[in-house]
Design a protein. Structure first.
Length: 243
């Protein structure tokens, strides 16, 4: 709506004979029209995709180069945005569910299973208002649950499986994997380049500093960082102590 108000304001200025300038307007006319064109094309792509999905709310925006596979296993809410060259693979036992106002950033990958349908993964659920940053990798072979209003920075990796390596007489590849789900509760901020490993739960309101490797669960209301991640500070001491 803000974009349309901007375009309306620009049109009024033209009618009144006053040209918009970079110094007086947040968006120039060419910039606003370019954004409007890209948004309209993304909405048209979304309209084409919606009938193929398991279920979809209104206003799905799909940017250029997005790769969607097994759309019949994908459910999206309203105002979902999938940015350029992102990949969403729906091939999972529990499918993919994206709540209202979810954004998937450029080049992000959601990959529960192999391309060839071997060893189906469990899937992913993302709560309303959450954002998956550019270049994120969400394996989703074990079930990944992301709560509401969660922010994933660029290049976050969520890896809900580990390779088995106990038998030194066999190759690691031959021994397969063990899967454990990952949960990120509501209102968390996961910084850039964070890795979250199998079996981890990150509590409500927690922050993970950029570059951390999270190998153990994080209580609510904590700030963690490092390799492996450890508690640096408690945002809400009473909430964190009660976890």
């Amino acid at each position: 709506m803000r974009l349309f108000r901007t375009l309306h304001s620009l049109a009024l200025r033209r009618v009144r004979g006053r040209a918009p300038t970079a110094e007086t307007d947040e968006l120039g006319e060419a910039e606003a029209l370019g954004i409007l064109a890209r948004t309209a094309l993304a909405l048209l792509r979304g309209l084409w995709l919606r009938p193929r999905l398991r279920a979809s709310g209104p206003r799905l925006f799909v940017a250029r180069g997005v790769r969607i596979t097994s759309p019949g296993r994908i459910t999206v809410g309203r105002n979902v945005k999938i940015e350029e060259l992102a990949e969403v693979q729906g091939l999972a036992r529990r499918g993919i569910t994206l709540g209202d106002d979810v954004t998937i950033g450029r080049f992000a990958s959601i990959r529960p299973s192999s391309y060839y349908g071997i060893d189906l993964g469990e899937g992913l659920q993302v709560g309303s208002g959450s954002a998956i940053g550019a270049y994120c990798w969400i394996g989703a072979s074990g079930f990944v649950e992301i709560g509401r209003d969660v922010l994933l920075g660029p290049r976050v990796s969520i890896l809900p499986e580990n390779h088995v390596f106990a038998d030194v007489e066999r190759t690691i590849k031959e021994q397969g994997v063990e899967r454990e789900g990952v949960v990120i509760e509501d209102d968390c901020w996961i910084g850039a380049n964070v890795s979250i490993l199998a079996g981890v739960r990150i509590g409500t309101g927690s922050i993970v500093a950029a570059g951390a490797v999270v190998t153990k669960s994080v209580p609510p209301g904590c700030i963690v960082g490092g390799v492996p991640a450890r508690i640096l500070k408690r945002r809400e001491p009473e909430l964190a102590r009660s976890a």
